[in-house]
Design a protein around this ligand. Structure first.
Ligand SMILES: Nc1ncnc2c1ncn2[C@@H]1O[C@H](COP(=O)(O)OP(=O)(O)OP(=O)(O)O)[C@@H](O)[C@H]1O
Length: 479
């Protein structure tokens, strides 16, 4: 463990022992008044006043709330304020626990994470700890390393995520995960947070989407709570921001993000960011942010290959078997799905969920006929066509050059060769005409495209590197 983390743990323990008896209901009354200043009287009256303070024990502050929903809402929306104000008042509280009054006789209810958009309704996972750090609100309990299937396309991203989750000395900062839709970026980020929470419960791990960052920033500005906002973000040990491309073009949010980022990096706190493309290709993102996003470790989640998709389906089937015992699935069905639905794991998962639900309703075995009946719309939509845009994006990522340089006028070999590769793929993998391809590459003439195609045809036979690049790009585009 790094020096910093060790020092922090000792300090926390010392304070906790001294202060467990100290925290009283009277003190809570003072603290909650401070929260009123931070969140406004309306929200305070609705959400904070009804909280009944219980105790602080082992670094966990417990409250009784009217319902589980109430607890979840407070945890998600005001948890950080409560933690921050408690700590400011001298308490060394690491977590909050909200027990619903009705359930208290049985078991305290955790202020558990709400469901991710496509997730099952929020409920603490079986066996989950009975309290969750408020800063972990929003985590899907299913998105763990155990449930993440590793294959060639995602092995590097997985290894980097594992390294961060060990919570040791910060070696690369930030870890930037990028890739297309539904390839597992969010899953890996949640897995890091779950693992850190289990290994180092004293650490404050904050996961949020870039959109949430923006809304919190705007409401802090509106309610004149910028000091609290800054303190809150600077108090975290690990910050994870998902879908960072969302803040591109949003100037003041970018400005605040930039300062938050710098403050955390300066104090050697780990940052994990995800995006749908390379930082360098994020149009409308300020240059200073793009360069900072690239200064740690940048890893790509490549499109899944057939083997990985089959692996993911098999792992999901195992979980479904617990839910739908006795359901039979014919041989060849998973391979068929993995072959036909290739671009997005989320769609693949959705297809399987629908199949299991349908088969259990009608009491039928899952066969290829059932797949055709039940998934015709998904299968139709997955018969996708490859576009010139996609080819350009993949080629520029592959050769690590900017999209604008791939398309632009620069004639250096460093740009010209990838451009010829992209033109060749556009000719051989789409049914676009030569003039149209020329137009899409910065308004070039169709004879330039013919020359590029011929040149790559020639090189394919004698340059092993080009042959390998073409093969890899083709596989990624077809995936
Ligand atoms: N390797 C994998 N193993 C198991 N499940 C996976 C894997 N990759 C993706 N999934 C599942 O696919 C779904 C979509 O993944 P996730 O939300 O992490 O994608 P994403 O890359 O963040 O997509 P987006 O950019 O659209 O937000 C999730 O339910 C996730 O559990």
């Amino acid at each position: 463990m790094g020096r910093q983390a060790g020092q922090r743990a000792v300090r926390c323990n010392e304070t906790i022992e001294g202060q467990d008896e100290r925290m009283t209901n009277e003190k809570w009354q003072t603290v909650r008044e401070d929260i009123k200043g931070a969140i406004g009287a309306g929200a305070w009256k609705t959400w904070i006043e009804p909280l009944k303070f219980g105790e602080v024990k082992g670094g966990v502050a417990s409250f009784t709330v009217p319902t589980t929903f109430f607890g979840n809402y407070v945890s998600q929306n005001f948890g950080e304020h409560i933690l921050y104000q408690l700590r400011r008042s001298g308490e060394s509280v690491e977590r909050l626990n909200f027990g619903a009054a009705a359930n208290l006789r049985n078991q305290p209810v955790a202020a558990s994470a709400p469901a991710a958009p496509e997730a099952a309704p929020a409920a603490p996972a079986p066996g989950a700890p009975s309290s969750a750090p408020a800063s972990n609100a929003g985590l899907d309990p299913r998105y763990t390393f155990e449930r993440f299937v590793v294959g060639k396309p995602n092995e590097l991203a997985h290894a980097a995520a594992r390294r961060v989750a060990e919570g040791g000395e910060v070696t690369f900062n930030p870890l930037f995960l990028y890739g297309g839709n539904g390839l597992g970026k969010t899953h890996l980020m949640h897995a890091i947070a779950h693992e850190l929470r289990a290994r180092s419960p004293e650490k404050v791990v904050l996961y949020l989407s870039a959109e949430q960052f923006m809304y919190r920033f705007i409401s802090a500005l509106r309610e004149k709570r910028m000091f609290d906002f800054k303190q809150m973000f600077r108090a975290v040990d690990v910050l994870m921001v998902d879908d960072v491309q969302f803040i591109a073009g949003k100037d003041s949010t970018q400005e605040e993000f930039f300062h938050t980022f710098n403050a955390l990096v300066d104090s050697r706190k780990q940052i994990v960011i995800s995006g749908d493309r390379l930082p360098g290709d994020m149009k409308d993102m300020e240059e200073r942010i793009r360069s900072r996003l690239q200064c740690g470790l940048v890893v790509d989640l490549h499109p899944t290959d057939f083997e990985l998709r089959v692996g993911i389906l098999q792992s999901k089937v195992e979980h479904y078997r617990e839910q739908y015992p006795g359901l039979q699935i014919r041989e060849g069905v998973l391979e068929f799905l993995a072959h036909r639905i290739s671009n997005n794991v989320r769609v693949l998962e959705g297809a399987l969920t629908r199949l299991f639900a349908f088969a259990s309703l009608v009491g039928r075995e899952i066969t290829l006929d059932l797949v055709q009946d039940c998934l015709s719309d998904i299968l139709r939509a997955s018969d996708r066509k490859i576009s010139i845009d996609e080819i350009q994006r993949k080629v520029s990522d592959h050769y690590n050059i900017r999209l604008s340089d791939l398309i632009g006028p620069k004639r250096l070999r460093h740009y010209a060769r990838p451009r010829q590769v992209a033109m060749y793929l556009s000719k051989t993998m789409t049914n676009r005409s030569l003039p149209e391809i020329g137009r899409r590459f910065g308004g070039r003439d169709h004879t330039t495209v013919i020359h590029a195609v011929k040149r790559i045809e020639e090189l394919k036979g004698k340059d092993a590197q080009i042959a390998e690049d073409l093969e890899l790009l083709r596989r990624m585009l077809e995936a």
